[in-house]
Design a protein around this ligand. Sequence first.
Ligand code: CAA
Length: 405
Amino acid sequence: MFDLDLTEEHRLLEQTVREWGAREVAPHIAELDRAHRFDPRILPQMADLGLLGACVPTEYGGAGMDYISLGIASEELEYVDTSLRVILSVHVGLNSLSLLSWGTEEQKRRYLVPQAQGEKIATFGLTEPAAGSDARGIQTVAVKQGDRYVLSGEKMWISLADVADNFLVIAWSDMAKKRAKDPSGLSAFIVERSFKGFSSGTLTHKWGILAGNTGFFKMDEVEVPAANLLGREGEGFKIAMFALDQGRYTVAAGATGLIRACRDASVAYAKTRHTFGVEIGQHQLVKEMLARMEADYQQSRLLWLRSGWMKNIGRRNTKETSLAKWMSTVASERAAGDAVQIHGANGYSDEYPVGRYYRNCKGAVIYEGTREIHALMQADYLLGYRGDKPTRCELPPYRGQPDPA
Ligand code: CAA
């Protein structure tokens, strides 16, 4: 049965994250954004709320929530600032859920448990300076030498690059397949920051998500134990795409939160600002923009909820998640542009939050699959060029609330 009602647990989580964000982050976010400063004190607080292990089962140190809860948390976090949601996207969505599905028991104990408890922070490394949308175009290599792989290459546009302890890295382990760009030559590795030859840096010239850490990392002949190969050799591309199914879900729900933030700020402003003798909310063209925001919010929410529901019952949702990510991020760009418009000249000042929403929303139309990549995927599904046959490892379905005992 498809139930659109949020459960008691969902409502409680929504309220808890909302209150925490309003109390602990919202009062400082404009200042952090202006200073281009990531505040690491946010991480232990998110861990205390259970968010860093949100839908990781309790047996692996997580909070044992369902996948809808991950969406709810993403929406509430991005309502405050995109940088908060990004933490969830890379740490839980891209990294931890990949370990949960593809990891060995030993890998889960060693890496997933401390990540779920927030003792270690994790991210994901696919994109490179010369390869984003064309994921097969990456150059990083992993050469097998005895009981280890030697990784060399550079990853770029990595959220939390300078903050994370653990990195899920995609690299070519078969050089003949690399030359042929055959994705079955790619493998996935768990790399620790402490491994010799690893270095990272922060990108200082970006103009959005300024309270978030975005950077690069380099691997100069980093020796990675063979035990840190995630999945089998040659499964790296599938793992990367699987990871993106989870990351894109959090991006979709987050963009929905940003639309809501634009809507709420615009409604409040429309009721206080006067022109031509009336509140600007009385003008039909302003009403139209507000109504569009509400429609975009509701549509985006339904799309990510469907995706989360499919995850809960263990059904492959690559197509639905791609659609949710595409539609909600494009809608968030429209909502943020209109929110600035409604605020007029004030929208152009960082005394109001809508300028920050406008800068922050654009990234999500690009990362985790550009607008164009998702359009292409949807068309390919329609044309029958793309299918969603099950892979060896899928996201485990949600098995119900953990036993309170
Ligand atoms: N789950 C599991 N397996 C999958 C999969 C999925 N979601 N998607 C594809 N696969 C499998 C396919 O089944 C296929 O396996 P078989 O050969 O056994 O059938 C294999 O992977 C190859 O799949 P495709 O042929 O579909 O691959 P493609 O080359 O056509 O993919 C593409 C093209 C969709 C454009 C893909 O390259 C893509 O999604 N590009 C965008 C990459 C992207 O989103 N990058 C963002 C990086 S993350 C980031 O930016 C955030 C950060 O801060 C770290």
